[in-house]
Design a protein around this ligand. Sequence first.
Ligand code: NAD
Ligand code: WQD
Length: 344
Amino acid sequence: MAKKILVTGGTGYIGSHTVVELQQAGYEVIIVDNLSNSNAEVIEGITHISGIRPKFEKLDCTDLPAMKALFKRHQGIEGIIHFAASKAVGESVHKPLMYYRNNIVSLLNLLQLMPENKVKGIVFSSSCTVYGEPDNNPIDENAPIKPATSPYGNTKQINEEIILDYVHSGADIKSIILRYFNPIGSHPSAEIGELPLGVPQNLVPYITQTGIGIRKELSVFGDDYNTPDGSCIRDFINVVDLAKAHVIAIARMLEDKSDEKVEIFNLGTGNGVSVLELIKVFEKVSGKPLNYKIVGRREGDIEQIWANPDHANNVLGWKAVETIEDTMASAWKWQQRLRQKGIM
Ligand code: NAD
Ligand code: WQD
């Protein structure tokens, strides 16, 4: 019988791509999402790709009675992938309590309910933001955690600590903490993708929205950094590659492939790409020049960070395989699909 996996935040950007990969790997998926940053129509996209409609529960993970009832309705959930969180760094500075409540209480509820419902493992969405500005690149999992520069980043650090403390207290669960670098792109079918509400804060949706004419021009935040072309460097990881790592992580916990109760993995490509290089890739794959200007630095930006993904490559047997060109082409195809559908 198919193993049941609860995916919180499963109608969101990374969650929806992961649901597809889980279904294609033979898992039965139950999505919980409160639709605070996504749309129920995403379910249709998932169903088109995989041919399987995931079960969907519109619920808030911070609502403990509702989450208790969910586990009663869906007996036999073996694993959880926990994406549900608020994720806008800037907003978190203005609404810290909302971020702490949403991101921390959601995890606390799941951890509390896991042993009593015999859920074996939880995959947690963490972020390279926990490393702050690295002393050296590429950065591996043993690098120091730097003081968080936003309430959002702090919720990721606190949640990692909560998981470690709970497991070390003897709780009968396993966890895999995945630190994502910069997820970009879309499913190649363009049936699902990233759907930012309002003005995008992240680079790639801003590029594609500028490319299609929703935004007049992209502001490049700084060309005076200590990098080869002066712009910041990131490790842009294809969202489908990223999604596939979650399937491996779930199987690893449910099949007891490791004796470790908590494991931490960087998920990145291992390649640093600058903002200006990424713009050139977009221009190449879209065949159109991008309207951009160089402006001042954005407060709080990291100069350069990219992953050492050896641990995930060697231990999980996972590797990012998509090229940056194909990844940017998928982001562009998705933006064009949104236009065709009249969404943007
Ligand atoms: P997203 O906003 O697209 O998806 C998150 C989903 O969770 C949304 O559908 C939202 O409606 C839902 N949600 C939020 N709070 C909820 C709650 N209390 N109960 C139920 N549902 C709730 O974000 P994403 O980019 O897919 O990110 C997924 C996870 O990965 C988040 O935890 C995020 O912090 C983390 N992450 C994202 C990035 C990135 O750049 N996208 C990088 C590192 C880590
Ligand atoms: C990338 C680069 C910008 C927009 C954020 C979060 C981090 C993590 C990933 C979740 C930077 C530049 C951007 C624009 C630009 N998320 N840029 N013009 O800053 O690496 O990280 O997302 O955990 O926590 O902080 O991603 O896409 O915002 O920026 O020049 O309009 O693009 O300065 O150098 P970032 P990003």
